[in-house]
Structure formats: C-alpha cells, structure tokens
Design a protein around this ligand. Structure first.
Ligand code: AMP
Length: 224
C-alpha cells in the first residue's frame, strides 16, 4: 500500500498516520523526522537543512525531493509506504507524481484531514501537557479531552495530577502562523499539492473537527 496523508499542524495527522501505518505495516516516512535525525547526527544533509528548519521555512526542494525519492527506493519500502509531511508544496507533488508514474508505482490512497485554520490553531495552543505521563491528552479547547478541575485548579483529566504545562512552541503564534501559511496556501503550498492530487486521483477527505476516534473511524471506513 502506498499512501499519502495530509493535514495541517493541529489536525491530529500524526495520530491518524500512526494508526494507518499500523493497519498496513508499512514504514511511516515523516520528512520532519528524517531531517531531525540528520541534524542530530550532524550529517551533511542535516547541516544544510538546519538553518531553514530553524527559521520555520521549508527546506529547498532540491534537497527534499531527492531525499524522499531515494528513501522510497529502500528495501523496507518494497511492501509500500505512508508518506507524512511530503509533499508539502506543489513542486514536490508534481515531482512525486512524475517519479511514481515513471516507475509505474500506484498511489493507493491519498488522505486529507480537513480542518479550518482557526480550529487548527486553537488545537495547538490549547494543548496541555501532563507531567506525569506525556500520553495523557488534555486540551482546553477540545471538550472530549478538556482538563478537569479540582479546587479551582486545572488538573490532568486522566490521572488528576496538578502538574500541567504547555510546550513553548505550541504558544509561539508566529511559528504556528508561518506553518499554516504554507499549509493553507492553495497557489503553491500544501493545499495546492492536495488539489493537484484531487485532479488526478481519488482523495479521501475526512472532517478533522470531530473527535479523534470519529476521525479514525471515518478514515478506516474508507480503507480496504
Ligand atoms: P515537521 O516535523 O513535519 O513539522 O517538519 C519540521 C520541519 O522540517 C518543517 O518546518 C520544515 O522546515 C521541514 N520540512 C518537513 N517536511 C518538509 C518538506 N516536505 N519540504 C520541505 N521542508 C520540510
């Protein structure tokens, strides 16, 4: 199975991507993760990509496109792949489409998690971290996972601990806006890439504003 998953930051794309990846047992290829691994290992690729990532910009296509096309040729991709974070713009979408056509590789599913920009931003900014367990989801803007209250204080909805914090980058509105500017750009950005695929193949679009479990069910219902 060869799958692409799209969704703005804050849409739960990572969570849904992990579920789809598990269903098919294909490698989950996340561009951001590959870059971060290269940066921490100080590889030449990492050195080149770092400045762009630090500025919240896309790493140039002449670095990113060959990196991903090469990754798809590795042995573990013979049974398929789930690409997450790529394509991020129209040029990447065109390059991937052309490369797959050339190799006669079928794109089985393109999944889009559809979420409006304001909600996506609130989702990010509303995230609260439980210091006891990182896997206790809390969000002040999502009713289903709203933190609880104890003696007028916000506590983790799962374990009740009072130690709740925020991730600094979740509160950086400049950084959030920059990423969303790229995602919601229908001319050359990520939505342009989604529309490019919509003109060529079937795209499964699911409403990302409903609870996480319902989004999962909506996606799984469309996958064979
Ligand atoms: P992510 O973890 O997906 O948010 O990616 C982290 C950073 O890696 C992004 O802000 C970009 O700077 C870079 N990046 C990830 N995917 C791409 C891509 N497809 N094209 C260019 N840069 C990317």
């Amino acid at each position: 199975m060869n799958i692409l998953i799209f969704g703005p930051n804050g849409s739960g794309k990572g969570t849904q991507g992990a579920i789809v990846q598990k269903k098919y047992g294909v490698p989950h290829i996340e561009t951001g993760v590959i870059f971060r691994q290269n940066i921490s290992k100080k590889t030449p690729l990492g050195e080149k990509a770092k400045a762009f990532i630090d500025r919240g910009e896309l790493v140039p296509d002449d670095i990113t496109i060959p990196m991903i096309l090469d990754r798809l040729k590795e042995d573990d991709c013979k049974k398929g792949w789930l690409l997450d974070g790529f394509p991020r713009n129209l040029a990447q979408a065109e390059a991937l489409w052309a490369a797959l056509e050339k190799e006669k590789i079928k794109l089985d599913y393109v999944i889009e998690i559809d979420l409006d920009r304001d909600t996506a931003k609130k989702r990010i900014m509303g995230r609260r971290l439980c210091k006891t367990d990182n896997n206790h989801p809390n969000n002040i803007y999502i009713d289903a996972i709203k933190p609880s209250e104890k003696d007028g204080k916000m506590v983790c909805r799962v374990c009740g601990c009072e130690d709740m914090s925020v991730r600094a980058d979740d509160q950086d509105t400049g950084a959030i806006d920059k990423r969303h500017d790229i995602y919601y750009d229908t001319k050359t950005g990520t939505l342009a890439a989604v529309n490019y695929y919509k003109q060529r193949t079937k795209v499964i679009s699911v409403d990302g504003s409903i609870p996480v479990k319902a989004v999962t069910d909506a996606i799984l219902a469309k996958l064979v």
